[in-house]
Structures are given as structure tokens and as C-alpha cells.
Design a binder for this molecule. Structure first.
Ligand code: ADP
Ligand code: UVW
Ligand code: MG
Length: 406
């Protein structure tokens, strides 16, 4: 028996779970949410108890320090040495990391060199990795990549229609993200549907602060909405999603406050999406309060958000030549009944209809009518469990290696 800590740093949150492995017994879990926003808070739950406190959390660095404090404060561990394995979500692995790896010095160095593939995420992921390596130098430290699940995409999906040399010389291609989540919910959805994953096609919609839609054919990712970086695809909390690249040089010329392209990319990553259009907040809960008050910018942002999701979902019905089910997950996908209702309302032609009484917050399973040709499911994601499993896989190999060495 050993304790494994999974750390999942998202763009607006840091989620964690402490497991007893290999039993997969969840000992405690928590989330630091609305990082960098007003009203940030920490939630910790264990043994049926829930602890919530409002606390100003400026950035991911602070959330890592708070996590360390909370593990001791709530007596979840007496000593950090009880944690013998720690798994980190890392968003981008690029061409170099196609599967989970032990974070050796060499791997960490290579990881640092590809932060440009996920500028909002990889630096925060690395910050967590280094903080815990300092604290737990003996523990097995593993990186689990969002991009790994998407390595099965065919070339026609992952290439951009730009000169071939940009792919061959500079590895410009689609990598996708949220793969650990898409993979987890796909496997869980197959169980709910009572069909082998290898025999069904699914469209999974991971809608959190970052959002992506994936086309999954017989258990394999064949296309996904995020691209070279997690800036692409649907509209998000602070990210624009897809747009015409010609807008970049145009704005650089027109907007005197812009000095270089990087500044503009930062704006597309941090000041766009729901925040940029609503001029209010990046958080869907705040947006919906403003929508209910009749705020026009908020209403437009909401409509645009739903519109982009509908387009990708519809596109993937085409890529898959039909799907057995559409799966909603992540912060908005799991909790937001309005977003689910409005997406499905516009896609009824594809054979999906919701049962309003089933489309509730906290739903877990099928929420569509028995007659729906395509089932609609809500599956709470569990990236942390997937991460802990990968740590465990390495631990077995690691022990074997030690035994073999005698
Ligand atoms: N009850 C809820 N209703 C609507 N949206 C919610 C609810 N709970 C969380 N969300 C939204 O989920 C988003 C965060 O999702 P999450 O998956 O935690 O993000 P990330 O992992 O990208 O940081 C925020 O926009 C938040 O407003
Ligand atoms: C890749 C990505 O956007 O992740 P998150 O949704 O956790 O920000
Ligand atoms: Mg997330």
C-alpha cells in the first residue's frame, strides 16, 4: 500500500486527489478554483466531510503551497514521505512525449523546452513538478500528458493545410489536449451504454475553462478541436478558439498598443473568449448571472459559446459518419444544464433529445430520451484517477527493475 498524489493544474484551477494504490481508494480530494479571480476558494473533501474556505489565490504557485499545507493541516498525511508516488498532469507533450514518463532530470529538461506548446498550462505544470520534487525527492514523479490520447489521430486530421516543410522542419501540427479526460469519459460512457468501447463511436465534449471536443472511433481519438496549442477550437473562458490568421497582422498594424505578435497571442489566450466578449468575467457562473439580468454582451458571449460547440459537434458527426453517443464532461459540461440544453436544442436533427428532468446538475449517465438515436450522457471526469493509475504502472516496473537488479 502506498499513497499517490495526483495533481491536475488547469487554467483556472488546481485539482488534486490522494489515493491509496493499487486499491484505487480515494483518501481525499480537493480543488482550488477561480485561481487569479475574485472569490477564489479551496474545497477539500475526505471521509464524507467537506471543507470549503474562501481564500485569495493569486496564481498556481500559491495553490501548490496551499495544497502542501492542507495535506498536513487536515491530517491527510503526517509526513510528506508517506507519499511515495506523485503524478502530474502535463498538458503538452509535443512530438517528444507520446506517453507518460518518469520525470527524470533529462525528461524535465526536455519538457521545459516545449512550454510554448501550452503557454497557459505547461509552466504551471512544471512549477508543481519542481515544488513537489523539492519536497519529496524520494517519491516516484510521473508526468501524464493531455496530448497522449490524441497520438492516434490520422495525418489528415493532425496536419494543417500549409506548406509541408512547416510540419517536417518545425513540427507544426495539431496535438490536441484534455486527452486524459476524453479517454476516461469515453471508457466510462461505454460502460453506461453496455457496449464494448471498441465497437462504438463517441463525441466527447470536455467543457471547462478550457474546452475541447473529440471524435472517438472505436476507442481511439481520430480528431479533436484543440490544435498546435490549446488556443484553438471552440470558444473558451479566456481563449478565442479558431479564428482567421489574417486578423493577426491586421491588428498588429492597426492597434498602436501592440508591439509584437506574442502580445497579441497573449491577448487571444488570456483576454478573449467569454471574458473578451462579455467584458465581465471568464467564469461561466458569472456569465449566466449577467445573462439572467439581461446583459447584452453576456448574452452574445453565451450565444457564441454555444454556437462554436455546436459546430464542432456537428462536424464530428461527419468525421465519424455518425456516433452512438455525445458525452458532456468538465466544469461546465457536468454542471451547466443550460449549456447542455441549448447545444442539444440546436442538434436535434442528429437524433438527440433531452429529458428535462434528467438534465440536472450532478447528473451522471444518460440524459436523453429512450428514442434518441444518439444518446446524450453526462460523465464526471476523473483525470486524477487516470494519473494515479499511470504512476502505479511505473511503480510496478520500477519495483521489478529493483528486484531484477537483486
Ligand atoms: N455549477 C456550475 N454551473 C455552471 N458552470 C460551472 C459550474 N461549476 C463550474 N462551472 C464552470 O466550469 C468552469 C471551470 O471548469 P473546470 O473544468 O474546473 O476548468 P479548468 O480545469 O479548465 O480550470 C468555469 O467556467 C465554471 O464557471
Ligand atoms: C488544455 C486546457 O485547456 O486545460 P484546462 O481546461 O484545464 O485549462
Ligand atoms: Mg481542466
Amino acid at each position: 500500500m502506498s499513497k499517490t498524489l495526483s495533481v491536475n493544474a488547469g487554467s483556472s484551477s488546481l485539482k488534486w486527489q490522494l489515493f491509496e494504490m493499487p486499491e484505487e481508494k480515494m483518501l481525499a480530494k480537493g480543488i482550488f478554483e477561480r485561481i487569479g479571480l475574485e472569490g477564489s476558494k479551496s474545497l477539500v473533501s475526505f471521509e464524507g466531510e467537506k471543507h470549503e474556505r474562501e481564500i485569495e489565490i493569486i496564481d498556481h504557485r500559491q495553490s501548490v503551497l496551499l495544497l502542501m499545507d492542507e495535506l498536513i493541516h487536515f491530517h491527510l498525511i503526517q509526513d510528506f514521505r508517506e507519499i511515495t508516488g506523485i503524478g502530474h498532469r502535463v498538458v503538452a507533450g509535443g512530438e517528444y512525449f507520446k506517453e507518460s514518463v518518469v520525470l527524470t532530470k533529462e525528461n524535465l529538461k526536455n519538457l521545459k523546452s516545449i512550454s510554448y506548446l501550452a503557454p497557459l498550462h505547461n509552466p504551471a505544470n512544471i512549477l508543481g513538478i519542481e515544488a513537489f520534487q523539492r519536497l519529496l525527492p524520494e517519491a516516484l514523479s510521473v508526468a501524464v500528458f493531455d496530448t497522449a490520447f490524441h497520438t492516434t489521430m490520422p495525418e489528415e486530421a493532425f496536419r494543417y493545410p500549409i506548406p509541408t516543410r512547416y510540419y517536417e522542419d518545425f513540427e507544426v501540427r495539431k496535438y490536441g489536449a484534455h486527452g486524459t479526460s476524453h479517454k476516461y469519459v469515453a471508457a466510462e460512457a461505454a460502460k453506461v451504454l453496455g457496449k464494448p468501447l471498441e465497437e462504438i463511436n463517441l463525441i466527447t465534449a470536455h467543457i471547462g475553462n478550457g474546452a475541447s471536443v473529440t471524435a472517438i472511433e472505436k476507442g481511439k481519438s481520430v480528431d479533436t478541436s484543440m490544435g498546435f496549442t490549446p488556443l484553438a477550437g471552440v470558444m473558451m473562458g479566456t481563449r478565442s478558439g479558431d479564428m482567421d490568421a489574417s486578423i493577426l497582422p491586421y491588428l498588429l498594424k492597426r492597434d498602436d498598443s501592440l508591439e509584437n505578435a506574442q502580445q497579441l497571442i497573449d491577448i487571444l489566450n488570456n483576454e478573449s473568449g467569454i471574458l473578451g466578449v462579455s467584458e465581465l468575467s471568464s467564469d461561466m457562473r458569472d456569465l449566466e448571472v449577467a445573462v439572467s439580468e439581461g446583459n447584452e454582451k453576456a448574452i452574445l458571449a453565451y450565444k457564441m459559446f454555444v454556437n462554436r460547440l455546436k459546430k464542432y459537434i456537428a462536424e464530428y458527426f461527419g468525421i465519424l459518419n455518425g456516433a452512438d453517443a455525445l458525452v458532456f464532461t468538465a466544469g461546465i459540461g457536468e454542471n451547466d444544464t443550460d449549456v447542455r440544453r441549448d447545444i442539444i436544442k440546436g442538434l436535434s436533427w442528429f437524433g438527440m433529445e433531452l429529458v428535462p428532468e434528467l438534465n440536472v446538475r450532478g447528473a451522471n449517465g444518460i440524459i436523453s430520451t429512450p428514442d434518441s438515436k444518439v444518446k446524450v450522457l453526462v460523465i464526471p471526469t476523473n483525470e486524477e484517477l487516470m494519473i494515479a493509475r499511470d504512476v502505479e504502472n511505473f511503480r510496478e516496473a520500477w519495483f521489478k527493475q529493483i528486484l531484477e537488479k537483486g
